[in-house]
Design a protein around this ligand. Structure first.
Ligand SMILES: NC(=O)c1ccc[n+]([C@@H]2O[C@H](COP(=O)([O-])OP(=O)(O)OC[C@H]3O[C@@H](n4cnc5c(N)ncnc54)[C@H](O)[C@@H]3O)[C@@H](O)[C@H]2O)c1
Length: 325
């Protein structure tokens, strides 16, 4: 089958990463169906040329309809609630959406005999890892309901794979940031950003202070340390994962990160250098569910998928700063 005739379902394709993925798949010649309930996604982020289905994973009939309407070859599954403190406050809602919604998706896939799925997992499954860079065999120890919901889905996928019902690749993203500015990404309609780099950009553009949450971690400057991965590099890993599934590489989880750690204050300093303006900030207490240091080893993705990120923190921040508002 040629790529041109392949239909890829992108759940959460009206969101930040799914929106980039849909655009990249179309450029690569795939046909793209986006399924999204627009709970945090934005209709104007739906890639031109993609089919859009408004639907909720928590409604199994919505899921079934997509597979009845389109001859889906593979699924890239981004749809989820993703805000750590919200997951601590609303764990049942997170499990219902992220785990319950995925169960509906898997059932609808099974009924339609669609087997291939690339799943958006997260570094949050590791909690506070004892060793960094963290490898895929490190114990899962999520420190919040968001991370736990993602690891539960990985467990479900492993069981379904053992039963021969799915062929999956789970990609465990570290902190994803940056924009592909060849497309416009309107701010309007999007819920208030919660991630560090979005908050720094908001402070730079709109004024007002951002809050640095936690200054008493055992890190070089007391603030949390994270590994940042450019969204375009990340989406390229999904293309490789889809190709790997076609080649029979399956039922594996891979970390996706740059392998370098930057503290919250390092990011603020880099944002100031890139923009030429100081980032206004204040300090506050740790956020519930946050961890101290997360840095990826992506050696497995490099070896098996042939994936190599090419963008660093500076180019991520340059793409953020260049985003039209
Ligand atoms: N952004 C990151 O740094 C990061 C890091 C690790 C993992 N991830 C994972 O990547 C995926 C995408 O994240 P994002 O940053 O693009 O978030 P996002 O909020 O921008 O996108 C999520 C999309 O899923 C949709 N959605 C949520 N629940 C749904 C449901 N029940 N039915 C249909 N659509 C639903 C939302 O409307 C939204 O468009 C998530 O699975 C997330 O866990 C993100």
């Amino acid at each position: 089958m040629t790529k041109k005739s392949k239909y890829i379902l992108v759940t959460g394709g009206a969101g930040y990463i799914g929106g980039h993925m849909a655009g990249m798949l179309l450029e690569e010649g795939y046909r793209v169906v986006i399924f999204d309930n627009l709970s945090t996604g934005v209709k104007t982020w739906v890639a031109k040329g993609a089919e859009f289905v408004k639907g909720d994973l928590c409604n199994i009939d919505d899921c079934r309809k997509v597979f009845k309407k389109y001859p889906i070859d593979a699924v890239t599954h981004f749809a989820a609630r993703i805000v750590v403190p919200e997951s601590v406050a609303e764990p049942v809602m997170y499990y219902r959406n992220n785990v319950g919604g995925t169960l509906n998706l898997l059932q609808a896939m099974d009924e339609a005999k669609v087997r291939k799925i690339v799943f958006s997992s997260t570094a949050a499954i590791y909690g506070n890892p004892a060793k960094v860079p963290v490898v895929e065999t490190a114990p899962d120890c999520p420190s919040n309901a968001y991370g736990a919901s993602k690891f539960m889905v990985e467990d479900i996928l492993r069981d379904a794979a053992r039963a021969g019902r799915v062929e999956f690749i789970a990609l465990r993203y570290f902190n994803v940031a940056g924009w592909d500015n060849r497309r416009a990404w309107p701010i309007k309609g999007r819920p208030v950003p919660t991630h560090l780099i979005s908050n720094a950009m908001k402070a730079l553009h709109d004024g007002g202070e951002m809050t640095v949450c936690g200054t008493d971690y055992k890190t070089h400057d007391g603030t949390g340390v994270r590994d940042f991965i450019y969204v375009v590099d990340l989406c390229k890993a999904h293309l490789l994962a889809l190709k790997a599934l076609d080649k029979g590489i399956r039922n594996e989880s891979f970390n996706l990160g740059n392998g370098k750690g930057f503290s919250v204050l390092d990011v603020i300093k880099t944002a100031a250098r890139v923009s030429g303006r100081p980032v206004p900030y204040k300090t506050g207490p740790r956020r519930p569910g946050d961890v101290m240091t997360l840095i990826a080893s992506s050696a497995k993705a490099k070896k098996i998928l042939g994936w190599q990120p090419v963008h660093d923190l500076t180019s991520i921040l340059e793409s953020e700063w260049a985003r039209k508002r």
